[in-house]
Design a protein around this ligand. Structure first.
Ligand code: FES
Length: 107
């Protein structure tokens, strides 16, 4: 893990904390992180700040592969970060798995 940290990857959570369906939120410094799984089951990480007006997505309703922002209702695909409306897509962060730990490189 030390080598990964040297490349600006930070420990985000355990792989067990990221559900097969749904999302897990954490933070690295001031960056909110939303973790989920893509269609292959691999863990993916996105900004946990909504691209509409930077509200936290945490607490948003998740239905199927979609999360609805709790602030004004923007919707995003949790597998890809793609916006379902006119908002920009969620910024995606690089992920590495180190044993049972999920490492994320927030930008
Ligand atoms: S902050 Fe998310 S919809 Fe407005």
């Amino acid at each position: 893990m030390a080598a990964a940290r040297q490349k600006n990857f930070e420990d985000a959570c355990s792989t067990m904390q990221v559900p097969l369906k749904g999302v897990f939120f954490t933070s690295i410094g001031s960056q909110e992180i939303m973790l989920a799984r893509d269609s292959a089951g691999d863990i993916v990480a996105f900004s946990g700040f909504c691209t509409h007006s930077m509200g936290k997505l945490e607490g948003g309703r998740v239905e199927g592969n979609e999360i609805t922002c709790p602030h004004h209702g923007a919707r995003f695909d949790i597998r890809t970060g793609k916006a379902k409306n006119a908002c920009p897509n969620l910024p995606r962060f690089e992920v590495k798995i180190d044993g049972r730990r999920v490492l994320v490189r927030p930008s």
